[in-house]
Design a protein around this ligand. Structure first.
Ligand code: CA
Ligand code: CA
Ligand code: CA
Ligand code: CA
Length: 571
């Protein structure tokens, strides 16, 4: 499927002006030249007309300004009465700033903006313990007991109804993942795989959602981010497999607009959002963003909100104040946006999380979150019938190697005694790369670098480097135990990556915090489907726990507590 590059779609022909919508100051002018300082699709603009009464005349005007093609935004009928129905995506040659300026001068044009590129809001880290501290924190990851959302307590009352559909606007979903498949929304109006748009909604075989990049009905995830987010919302409970989502009984709709590289454009994002509303999603999770506001995107969020759809959005990972330097979409002033910051297992905001007393609503667990992914990564050391958890050393060789273990100390030199062994190196003084290469040059078959402070070591050889032998990171406690008790014992180092596998991984970011909140909202809606987006926001914010360290960081100064939220509905 490809998007037809017609000059003006018929639906653009005659639409009346809709009521003015209050917009932030950056959106009030007809164009803002600063917009081009932010990532955008080259040679593309979104042009909103005041009114369109003659499509060919409008196109002729744009052609005189250098447009080579124009197309209507791909949106459902309900949104076509809004400004979005008078907005076109155009391709244009030449200097974009000059073109924007020239188009903005046209009397018939209400607004012109670049087609912004936005990014997934996560900091992918590496595999960790598969303990979901955010759901139930017993201090198992070295954090603070009960710095969590009290999910098990909430599940006594509600685990989610399949009729509540959560749209995951992201890189897609691996809908065949064993911990997600049973919870995928399915479009009952569509017959799978027959190459026909059975329900006539404009997408062929859109059974689990859509791909807004290529306009197809297949939202399969080629990145991992969206699948991870989906698992936090609604991974299957009690199936003897992997993890569990906050709302393990609700349904997931796949809405892919972020590419394999994790970036996407405004027009595709709003297409995904409006499709989700059209097809019945009650809310969406939006773990992505960028630095400049899009009038078209804000319009789409208003349209979704008017139809009762809550827009849960990650606050961003710049460690900055969104009140001063906004992050969009989370920073649009809209009653139906719930903006989420990222807290860690000691109930403080992660240093990378954005915050904002006026523009970020609530915090939720987002640091070191394990969830579903469309690949399988294993990093571990097996010895004496036990498995010691590891983390992949980025850029190190993949593979499995076995040999007796030797103590490499800091591995700051080479040593012939390490030949034919698995060398255990302590972190410190020289780079991970130098340690691994010293061991490798000495004839090691594999390398383990363990931490010199509590917790797992997440390391990298550095971009452009590599090794010939597998290498993994390990916690200080496990590394010290191996050195103390297992030198000379056979150890098997596993560092493997299977891109075709369906596994689990640990990510950090507001991208991981947002789906905890989206899952909580879905649980509330399962309990009481009549709740409006405003009511959902108020309940989630007012029932949050208030850790001292979060005072003044968000509107609520709180961290999500889904049990408190459900409990507030029970008389
Ligand atoms: Ca708890
Ligand atoms: Ca269809
Ligand atoms: Ca079909
Ligand atoms: Ca599970």
């Amino acid at each position: 499927m490809f998007k037809p590059k017609t000059l003006l779609a018929a639906c653009m022909a005659t639409v009346a002006l809709s009521g003015a919508v209050a917009a932030p100051s950056a959106l009030a002018a007809k164009f803002n030249k600063k917009a081009l300082d932010y990532p955008h699709v080259s040679g593309e603009l979104l042009v909103t007309f005041k009114k369109v009464k003659d499509s060919s005349a409008a196109m002729a005007i744009l052609e005189r300004k250098g447009a080579t093609s124009a197309e209507a935004l791909r949106i459902p009928d309900f949104a076509k009465d809004s400004e979005l129905g008078r907005t076109m995506k155009i391709s244009i040659d030449g200097n974009l700033k000059k073109k924007m300026k020239a188009i903005a001068k046209l009397k018939s044009v209400a607004y012109v903006e670049p087609n912004f590129i936005v990014y997934a809001d996560s900091i992918p880290t590496d595999p960790m313990f598969d303990e979901l501290w955010g759901m139930n924190n017993t201090g198992q990851t070295g954090g603070t007991a009960d710095a969590d959302i009290d999910a098990p307590e909430a599940w006594d009352y509600e685990t989610g109804e399949s009729s509540v559909v959560v749209g995951i606007i992201d890189t897609g979903i691996a809908y065949d993942h064993p911990d997600l498949a049973a919870n995928m929304w399915t479009n009952t109006g569509e017959i799978a795989g027959n190459g026909v748009d059975d329900d006539g909604n404009g997408y062929i075989d859109d059974v689990y959602g859509i791909n807004c990049i290529d306009g197809s009905g297949d939202p399969y995830d080629d990145n991992g981010h969206g699948t991870h987010v989906a698992g936090t919302v609604a991974a299957v409970m009690d199936n003897g497999e992997g993890v569990v989502g906050v709302a393990p009984g609700v349904s997931l709709m796949g809405l892919k607009f972020l590419s394999a590289e994790g970036s996407g454009s405004s027009d595709d994002a709003l297409e995904c959002l409006l499709y989700s509303v059209q097809m019945g999603a009650a809310l969406t999770n939006n773990s992505w963003g960028g630095g400049f506001p899009s009038r078209a995107m804000k319009q789409a969020i208003e349209q979704a909100g008017n139809r009762g759809s809550l827009f849960v959005a990650a606050a961003g990972n710049d460690g900055t104040d969104n009140d001063r330097s906004p992050h969009y979409p989370s920073s649009y002033r809209s009653a139906t946006i719930l903006a989420v910051a990222n807290s860690d297992h000691t109930d403080v905001l992660d240093a990378s999380s954005n915050y904002g007393l006026r523009s970020v609503d609530i915090a939720a667990p987002g640091t070191g979150i394990t969830s579903t992914v469309p690949y399988e990564s294993v990093a571990e050391l097996n010895t004496a019938g036990m498995t010691f958890a590891g983390s992949p050393m980025s850029y190190a060789a993949f593979g499995t190697a076995s040999a007796p273990m030797s103590d490499g100390g800091l591995c700051d030199t080479t040593d012939a005694a390490w030949s034919g062994t698995v060398v255990l190196c302590e972190r410190g003084e020289i780079t991970f790369y130098d340690k691994v290469i010293n061991a490798q040059s000495s004839g090691a078959v594999a390398v383990v670098v363990y931490n010199n402070e509590p917790g797992m070591l997440f390391g990298t050889l550095g971009e452009g480097n590599t090794s010939d032998v597998p290498a993994i990171g390990m916690s200080q406690a496990d590394g010290q135990e191996l050195v103390a008790s297992y030198l000379g014992t056979e150890g098997e180092v596993v560092n493997t990556f299977d891109p075709a596998g369906l596994g689990y991984d640990t990510y950090t970011g507001t991208s991981m915090a947002s789906p905890h909140v989206a899952g909580a909202a879905a649980l509330l809606l399962s309990y009481d489907p009549s709740l409006t987006p405003m009511q959902l926001k108020n309940i989630l914010m007012s029932t949050s726990d208030k850790p001292a360290a979060m005072a003044g960081t968000t509107v609520s100064s709180g961290r999500l507590n889904v049990y408190n939220a459900i409990n507030s509905l029970i008389d």
